[in-house]
Design a protein around this ligand. Sequence first.
Ligand SMILES: N[C@@H](CCC(=O)N[C@@H](CS)C(=O)NCC(=O)O)C(=O)O
Length: 220
Amino acid sequence: MADYQLYCFAQSGNAYRTALMLNLIGAKWEPVWYDFFGTAPQRTPEFRESINEMGEAPVLVHGEKRLSQSGVILTYLANHSGKFKPQGEDEELESLRWIIFDNQKVNGFLGPYRFLKNFASKPGDPAVMAFLKGRIEAALAIVNKRLTGRKFLVSDKPTIADISMTGYLFYPPEEFGFDIAKDCPAIGAWLERTKALPGWGHPYDLMPGYPFGTQGYRNQ
Ligand SMILES: N[C@@H](CCC(=O)N[C@@H](CS)C(=O)NCC(=O)O)C(=O)O
């Protein structure tokens, strides 16, 4: 029996952060897939009543506890495992600063951009896509500068801020139409360091839903 259940689906970078954390800390966890793009249970009153009033993935269930918002889930798992936990007040605040910036401006714009490009019933309006692309480039440039000459975002060790920032960054470049690792070399090198952590897995290998429209995994 798994200790943790994670409501997630393969295409969700927001859920990926938490699936990756569970794997990296060596937790016993199982995914609970739902058909986000098809029957869309997240829009129903039942889902909002009993799973997440915000209608979002990820949701982590740990015994009686049910948590949403990936930043909250990462904090909870770091506190419980003692792993990837920022050390001391300064690191905690710095980590939170990058998690909020990531949620709002990095993966917060990459997620909708990739959704409109790949999964929406109608392709995104070109003006909207151009706006999002501009915001993404500006946010990625800030992260790239931060990582230039540094191993990880907050200290010389990886923390939950790094795990949060991976959100959509390991998905295939074709899904964006640009290659973040190539365009932003410091991000590319940091992604390689993150990939080398024991327990790392690709989103399409950790969460069900690949290929799109199935409940499969990429390498199983
Ligand atoms: N800030 C949230 C974002 C969660 C989020 O937007 N999840 C998407 C899936 S990738 C979702 O469920 N969206 C449903 C909606 O916006 O209605 C987090 O980090 O957990």
